[in-house]
Design a protein around this ligand. Sequence first.
Ligand SMILES: Cc1ncc(COP(=O)(O)O)c(C=O)c1O
Length: 496
Amino acid sequence: MRSLLTDMLLQRLSAHTQGPLHRRLYDCIRLAILEGVIGAGSRLPPTRDLAGALSLSRNTVSTAYEQLLAEGYTFTRAGSGTFVTDHMPDGAMAPVNEQPPASRRLAENEFSQRGAHLLAKTGASPHQWGAFMPGVPDVSNFPHGLWRRIHSRLIRRIKPDYLTYSRMGGSPDLQQALVDYLRVARSVNCEAQQIIITEGTHQAVDLLAKMLCNPGDRAWIEEPCYWGLRNVLTVNSVEVVPVTVDNQGISLPDVPAEGDAPRLICVTPSHQYPTGAVMSLTRRQRLLALAQECGAWVVEDDYDSEFRYSGNPIPALQSLTPQAPVIYIGTFSKTLYPGLRISYMVLPLALAEQMRVAHAELYRGGHWITQLVLAQFIAEGHYASHIRRMRLLYGKRRTVLSRLILQHLGEDALRDDSNAGLHLVMSLPEEVDDERLARDAGRQGIYVRPLSTYYLTSERKKGLLLGYACVDEAAIEPAFSVLMACLARQTGAGAF
Ligand SMILES: Cc1ncc(COP(=O)(O)O)c(C=O)c1O
């Protein structure tokens, strides 16, 4: 029986020539598990099948399987076979002693300095679902039926254009649907030609960094800040300068001297990521004035503002004054699902045309059909009603989680009173090691992010980001109890 897995194991076995055969097979399977090629929960092929496919004795395969089982990479279920575990054993990421089976060994400076820096500062998690993964919407509620119906209707009258590279910064239908939606939902006034559809906010920022910044130019970023923004800027050789955030949002310094002026000022005014602060009107006005004065562009990342559970929506910074030097970025990752990879930028008219050309040159753009379906989905009102439905659901989940935090740790642990978004910050005392706590929780199947890792300077606050949007209401309390048990192991009893 040949499969992609057995083909890969055959290739790797032939390149890995040192040591007994069962040990080499063990190395290859272990590496495939660590790389995620064999995912958590997947069943390994039965020993007889794998032995046949690799032309090995069944004994060799059984010995390799036994070693993986003994070290905690797999578990067995009576009568069902051998499965890859969810939780990697301690030290699993340690390098194997033997020569790696890869055919080429990497030189010390194989990666560019930018690349090496990126690899040293990664933030993307292999876990993208479950309690309490921050920023993940409840994708299990996506209205596939509606989507499928629009899609079927569309491809009945398909045109060659739909299957070619996209031009003009994306589908004009989607651009127009966004113009109408943004005017009502976010007070953003723009024309279709100002909109570029991008594959995620990351691509939007990548384009801005490449087109508006020279290597060494500065971007002011919020402190703390979303790690993804930081990484995309840094990999483009933009120097990121952290600017402290308080409960009114970014706390701007005086106008800098000419040589120190930023090219970009990146902010999350409606719901600061990750603290939840809403930028005050005074700060907004000052930000726009400062940007004008030093010739900077303000990049407004409006990633989850659709989810406010009380009070009025907070209008976008872009809408504050006509001709504001603001590049507005929105995403469907939180309102629909992250894997859709559709976001958009609203550019000032002066930039729009050349940026559309650059976008087509750099990324070519595609997914025209998906963009058309999305345009219809918005125009027919399904988008707004999906958001309304999810807002109700997430609001209840947030209430449950807030109550638990207050109940177990008191008011000091819950400083985020924005009542918005998809996550909460649970503050912790300085002496708690939030990174260790997050690792410990991860081993118990609870995924959280340590607040301290969102800071660049030493003024790091301790806490955990807890996402509630993708956790059923009934599952919140049991998951929270596991987290509290991890915290108790670190602090003795209560945290405060
Ligand atoms: C603050 C913030 N901005 C942007 C994004 C990413 O958005 P996209 O999926 O559109 O790249 C995230 C993702 O978690 C985020 O937290």
